[in-house]
Design a protein around this ligand. Structure first.
Ligand code: ATP
Length: 289
């Protein structure tokens, strides 16, 4: 038996870090939304109990370092599952990019194995399990748009943002999330208005959304990786309504509503960056069918 799952990437429209907790994580408050750029996860049942990763990508580990592997192992252990699975990952989302690619692969594996292994779990139960794998996995289990708090695993769904295009540009460098948080000095940063962003989305006010995009990690990454600042400048020059780095970077995204400017941004940026995508925001949450 086989199950196919889409694993969409996310962007952060607003990302704030409030303080460093005793467990070493930062307490965060962020607005996350899924975009129409997705890996494809194909799960094939194995009778020998083994978990196998087929990754086709040299930057994606094919052993227990892969978050999709960890998702399968967690379900096996928690629910005493004796069946195994081959997990084939067709990678479209850039790796180590601030787009939660690995987290979304893990979330898609949780949703898919719930069907393949007939576990009968709810999305809420899968999201709780996801938090054991990584802070972004819970959001990725649901998808859609949400306010995320705690270390990112406490999810309150909100409506989808107003319709717009997202142009993504990733420089060749990959960024480690831990490195960026380690260099974050909360006394020296501008905190974005996360509540304002939630209101703007609820009111479907696109102009306010574009004014309020903000990411507390941006200044840290821009200092360490100046090429990210250059991409931001290019995006603005090509006519984006708003420009921001996603997560800990280095991917920069630009929001735009007019098709003509979308084409200008996409074509212009392709001259600067090897990985450029033009996609839509997705408002819909994932469902278990
Ligand atoms: P986030 O936005 O959640 O911080 P990210 O998009 O910055 O995540 P990922 O693409 O998830 O980062 O990759 C970070 C690292 O995780 C990679 O360098 C890779 O070694 C490891 N990894 C583990 N599983 C996966 C996976 N399924 N896909 C991609 N990378 C994975």
């Amino acid at each position: 038996m086989k199950v196919l799952e889409k694993a969409p990437a996310k962007i952060n429209l607003s990302l704030d870090a409030l303080y460093k907790r005793e467990d070493g994580f930062h307490e965060v408050k962020m607005v996350m939304t899924t975009i129409d750029l997705a890996d494809r996860i194909e799960l094939t049942e194995r009778t020998d109990g083994q978990i196998e990763i087929i990754s086709h990508n040299r930057f994606v580990p094919d052993d227990n370092r892969n978050l999709a592997y960890q998702a399968a192992q967690l379900l096996q252990k928690k629910y005493g599952v004796t069946k195994g699975v081959s997990i084939e990952i067709s990678k479209i989302i850039p790796v180590a990019a601030g787009l939660a690619g690995g987290s979304s692969d893990a979330a898609a594996t949780l949703r898919g194995l719930n069907k393949l292994w007939n576990l009968g779990l709810t999305l809420d139960e899968l999201a709780v399990l996801g938090a054991e794998i990584g802070s972004d996995v819970s959001f990725c289990v649901y998808g859609g748009t949400a306010l995320a708090t705690g270390r990112g695993e406490i999810i309150q769904p909100i409506p989808a943002p107003p319709h717009c295009w997202v142009v993504l540009a990733k420089p060749t460098t990959g960024v480690s999330t831990a490195e960026i948080y380690n260099n974050l000095d909360l006394k020296k940063v501008n905190h974005p208005n996360v509540d304002g962003m939630v209101e703007a989305i609820k009111n479907q006010n696109y102009e306010e959304v574009t004014k309020l995009v903000g990411n507390v990690l941006e200044s840290v990454t821009l200092k360490l990786y100046p090429e990210v600042a250059q991409i931001k400048e290019q995006m603005k020059r090509f006519g984006a309504d708003a420009v921001l780095m996603s997560g800990s970077g280095p991917t920069v995204f630009g929001l735009v509503q007019h098709d003509s400017r979308l084409h200008r941004m996409y074509n212009g940026l392709r001259g600067f960056c090897d990985q450029v995508f033009a996609v839509r925001l997705i408002g819909e949450q994932n469902k278990l069918d």
